[in-house]
Design a binder for this molecule. Sequence first.
Ligand SMILES: [Zn+2]
Length: 188
Amino acid sequence: MEALILTLDASGYPYCWMSWQDAVCHQVANRVSRQLGGYEFTFKGGLCRRTGEQSTVTITSIMALRGNNPFAWRKASIPLTNLALFRRDRHMCAYCGKQGEKGLHLTKDHIIPLSRGGQNDWNNCTTACSRCNHRKNDKTPEEAGMQLLFVPYTPSLHEGLLLANRLILADQMEMLQSMLPKHSRLHQ
Ligand SMILES: [Zn+2]
């Protein structure tokens, strides 16, 4: 099963994806407080030694765990992968505005080049087609005479959850979409 389970803390706040294997473990260990998802998945377990019957475990697409999110006080950092970056920028080159996916090769551009002290983080990275990236080379946008068509930003936790998973189920999507900040480019 490829789908991931959207995990909520006890107050109903989504904070991570978990694999179905982890979800089954939490379910069996009685750490799940609520199952909210619209999709159910049932797995067969081992045979019970006493009765000889096979156990089953059912999990759903959205599950709340007992206790509070242990990471809530920390600023969650969203891994900066090329895939997540391209999705944040809707597969659009930030310099020429061309859309990727149709044969256009997309790359990650460091707006202030690394060699000039730029950081490899969400605020300094943008999607660029290989042509624009090549043209910009080791220059800042000003030096290259190239203007950014949109401003890069660090995704919120919920945007990060949307960016990190390629296979989001409809009910998970609905919950995460309802929690996006207004300025987000990920609204559907
Ligand atoms: Zn371009």
